[in-house]
Design a binder for this molecule. Structure first.
Ligand code: NAD
Length: 501
């Protein structure tokens, strides 16, 4: 940090508010880089994890998993065909009687071992997650990996108490579960899927997203290291075709899918004519509502956390900001100031706030939305001063004012660091504008008045409502949506329901 020279005594005036934008532009807040030093072992090529062993795919085909911050290939990953899915389902089916027949206490012991091993390997997992996905290391280190381990701890605790968790129900496992996850929280989504399934005595075949397979494959090694019975967890890597083969497979009893609404609808159609159970965690366009009596500095942090966390690649991102008209200018001003301190760049640097966009494809999608925002007449605020690296996929966080509810950027999920700012006059208007969306995943409400909080929260069409906070996740708290954001809950006692008959 460079030193600012002091003015002479005769020139001392009343203290002024620090102009953060000028401070950043003037280099006062330059930080020395603080790169993470752990170098995890990454194999050149990975097979599929079936029946407790890594085996080559039948086709022999592999695809590259890249670091989106450098465009370097990290490893080659097996491309599973429907015949490979068949092998994985058979391994899960073979393992089912013994795993389901194990006492809850003993299933819990294996799960505690997994959780502890994840904690022991936390830094390695965090680095892998950041290299493979592009998210800042401080997020993978402080959010993704601790929460993933916490999900295993939490569900290990339920394994021998299912009768108490689900009184009046028969807590028998569903059977073989096919689980398909996206790329935004690879290890966390894996734990949200695998932990409740194992606690309830099911066996699983899990498919990670094609751009982020590495932590799932590291997790497979953890299953080997802790001696999990073979076939209880199987990991098949591949793209949409592999997922489709799982959805269509007759040996799978339940599909748990997290991903886009478009794919979720297609899966719902396929599964409708079968006996499979189904849960869908889909997209969102969540509202973050700021009332004039809110603590504004706190709310600004909530806005930043709501939309720029994980580059905005968050299903429940607070991507529609509703601000009460009387404070709109102040909020825009404060937001501009705060955003001028955000650092975009090397995800492996502990100072980085916003990392790389996960893939070229996702960057192209975001850029299309940015162009549409301006074409439709909204005003873009590009206030983040960072210089972007030349290689890799990057998008500076920004926000739009002058947004109308009919604008594309106010209606469609962008899944990037782009915020649409809208206004409202009364609580009723805030509620009706927030609910004017085909999605119903999450919402945030910021106000000083407890009574208003609950009055507004209960009228919002959202699976999760955060009050004076945003993007807080906990294994004890059920997560899931309404409307086109899907159905079923993950986490808490509610999440166990999906994995019991
Ligand atoms: P996506 O739907 O393209 O892919 C998700 C997964 O499904 C990937 O593993 C992919 O390979 C697989 N897949 C693709 N086509 C398939 C098909 N026809 N049949 C079966 N599987 C198929 O979504 P994405 O781009 O990876 O993820 C982003 C989306 O996920 C966003 O819409 C986001 O909101 C949503 N998401 C939702 C939640 C939630 O909890 N509600 C959490 C995270 C992400």
């Amino acid at each position: 940090m460079s030193i600012v020279s002091k003015p002479s005594a005769s020139k001392i005036e009343a203290p002024k508010r620090l102009d953060l934008r000028a401070a950043i532009g003037g280099g006062i807040f330059e930080y020395a880089p603080a790169p993470e030093s752990v170098r995890p072992e990454i194999a050149d090529q990975y097979g599929l994890f079936i029946g407790g062993e890594f085996i080559e795919p039948i086709s022999g085909n592999h695809f590259a998993s890249m670091n989106p911050a450098t465009e370097d290939t990290l490893a080659m990953v097996a491309d599973a065909s429907s015949a490979d899915v068949d092998r994985a389902v058979q391994a899960a089916r073979d393992a089912l009687p013994a795993w389901a027949g194990l006492s809850g206490k003993n299933r819990g012991k294996y799960m505690y071992r997994i959780a502890r091993r994840m904690q022991e390997r936390a830094r390695e997992l965090a680095v892998l997650e950041t290299l493979d996905g592009g998210k800042p290391i401080k997020e993978s280190r402080d959010v993704d990996v601790p929460l993933a381990a916490a999900h295993f701890f939490y569900h290990a605790g339920w394994a021998d108490k299912l009768k108490y968790a689900l009184p009046g129900r028969d807590p028998k496992p569903v059977g073989v579960c096919g689980q398909i996850i996206p790329w935004n929280f690879p290890l966390m989504m894996l734990s949200w899927k695998i932990a409740p399934a194992l606690a309830c005595g099911n066996t699983v075949v899990l498919k990670p997203a094609e751009t982020t397979s590495l932590t799932a494959l590291r997790f497979a090694q953890i299953c080997q290291e802790i001696g999990l019975p073979k076939g209880v967890v199987n990991i098949v890597t591949g793209a949409g075709e592999t997922g489709k083969a799982m959805v269509e497979h007759r040996g799978i009893d339940k599909i748990a899918f997290t991903g886009s609404t478009v794919v979720g609808k297609a899966i719902a159609k396929t599964v409708a004519s079968t006996k499979k159970k189904l849960t869908l965690e889909l997209g969102g366009k969540s509202a973050n509502i700021i009332f004039e009596d809110a603590s504004l500095d706190q709310a600004i942090e909530g806005i930043i956390e709501g939309i720029y966390f994980n580059q905005g690649h968050v299903c429940c991102a607070g991507s529609r900001l509703f601000v009460q008209e009387s404070i709109l200018d102040r909020v825009v001003d404060k937001l501009t100031d705060r955003m001028s301190t955000l650092r975009v760049g090397d995800p492996m640097d502990k100072n980085t706030d916003v990392g790389a966009i996960n893939s070229k494809e996702q960057l192209d999608t975001i850029e299309r939305f940015l162009a549409t925002g301006e074409n439709e007449g909204a005003t873009k605020h590009d206030v983040c001063p960072s210089t972007l690296p030349e290689k890799g996929y990057w998008c500076k966080p920004c926000f739009y004012t002058g947004v109308q509810p009919s604008h594309t950027i106010a209606r469609e999920e962008i899944f990037g660091p782009v915020l649409a700012v809208l206004s409202f006059r009364t609580p009723d208007e805030a509620i009706s504008r927030a609910n004017n969306s085909p999605y119903g995943l999450a919402a945030g409400v910021w106000t000083d008045k407890g009574s208003k909080i609950f009055d507004v929260a209960k009228k919002l069409d959202a699976g999760i409502v955060w009050l004076n906070t945003y993007n807080k996740f906990d294994p004890t708290s059920p997560f899931g949506g309404y409307k086109e954001s899907g159905f079923g809950r993950e986490g808490g006692r509610h999440g166990l329901l999906a994995y019991c008959q």
